[in-house]
Design a protein. Structure first.
Length: 187
């Protein structure tokens, strides 16, 4: 069992832009995050088959692609990268809209509750607003109560939109959450 830092004792994480050198660490956070957060919500065989090396290679490909995705990492001294978030324009029917979309936010399971997720979210919200997105949307598994509580505490609200999501033939529906963003300098 891995020890977890208590929130009161965890130093503030540094939030910075991801570099290609972070791909392995981000893949580790993502795969371990999926395996922890989605246990019982999707087929365990799918989660068990996730491969950090393959995910890191995909991250390198995404990172090298010319796109509008912003990737951020959270790190703590002595621990390295402990979290990752990615956002950009909202994707709908192959088009990118003015609305922003949080594509992913994950924290290493042993860092849950230490403020790393909140710090990543605050940076995403500030940058998305500065980029001119009127609001930020995200999709979350309907049955993922802890994630939904996290998003609600960050000011997101379900807007009634639902999407089917299928993992290895098992339906795991998603719901959309949206949060308005204030432009820089606004009230």
């Amino acid at each position: 069992m891995t020890a977890r830092l208590a929130p009161a004792h965890a130093p503030e994480p540094l939030i910075r832009d991801m570099t290609v050198d972070d791909c392995e660490a981000v893949a580790t956070v993502r795969v371990r995050g999926w395996q922890s957060a989605y246990a019982g919500l999707m087929p365990q065989a799918h989660l068990d088959a996730m491969n950090i090396a393959e995910d890191a290679e995909r991250r390198r490909g995404f990172f090298a692609a010319d796109n509008a995705v912003v990737n951020l990492v959270a790190e703590r001294a002595g621990l390295g990268v402990i979290g990752w978030a990615a956002y950009g324009p909202y994707r709908e029917d192959g088009r990118r809209l003015a609305r922003g979309e949080l594509y992913a936010i994950y924290v290493a399971p042993e860092q849950t509750g230490t403020g790393a997720g909140r710090a990543l979210m605050a940076e995403v919200l500030a940058r998305a607003a500065a980029a001119g997105h009127p609001d930020l949307a995200l999709w979350v598994l309907a049955e993922n109560a802890p994630a939904r509580r996290f998003y609600e505490r960050a000011g997101f609200r379900a807007d009634g939109a639902e999407e089917p999501f299928d993992v290895d033939g098992v339906p795991v529906p998603e719901v959309r959450y949206v949060r308005p963003l204030s432009p820089p300098g606004a009230g």
